[in-house]
Design a protein around this ligand. Structure first.
Ligand code: HEM
Length: 133
């Protein structure tokens, strides 16, 4: 079954202690019941509502146990084209950076290839000029 799609409006609508949604890694979690049990307190979570909480969540370096809790809290996928841009770059700029990366990669290959080719050419020249003298 396809996951429910949560819009930015829906995410924002769940920003009070009565109902709290968190956006992490483009997925939305209902943390309403969990918030009182959170070892880091409720304030830090409430401060991350209505926005992408991924960075704050990752900065803490949450344990695997903490990540495992997310499974039960999952509500749905965050709408890709929603007003709020999540950390992950949108499709177009992702492929743009892939192109840039490839170009950089090719550039660094060239960096090795050119001096190597010159070295080979030098030795070839040495070899042939010695032979002819
Ligand atoms: C649904 C989302 C979250 C879950 C399931 C969760 C779960 C946990 C758990 C289990 C711990 C105990 C340490 C560990 O196992 O890593 C913890 C600690 C902590 N969490 Fe979260 N957390 C969530 C979101 C957040 C967010 C958005 C923040 C914002 C900054 C945050 C801040 C902290 C802090 C500061 C601690 C350290 C508390 C301490 O050791 O004094 N957490 N969290």
């Amino acid at each position: 079954m396809a996951a429910k799609i949560i819009t930015y409006e829906e995410l924002k609508a769940h920003s009070s202690k009565d109902s709290v949604y968190l956006l992490l890694h483009e997925k939305v979690y209902d943390v309403t019941k969990f918030i009182d049990e959170h070892p880091g307190g409720d304030e830090v979570i409430l401060a991350e509502t209505g926005r992408d909480a991924t960075e704050a969540f990752e900065d803490v370096g949450h344990s695997d146990e903490a990540r495992a809790l997310l499974g039960d809290l999952f509500v749905g996928e965050f709408e890709k084209n929603s007003e709020l841009k999540t950390k992950k770059a949108p499709q177009s700029s992702a492929s743009h950076s892939a192109t840039v990366n490839t170009a950089v990669q090719q550039g660094s290959n060239l960096m090795y290839f050119v001096p190597l080719a010159m070295l080979v050419a030098y030795f070839a020249w040495r070899f042939y000029s010695n032979g002819s003298v």
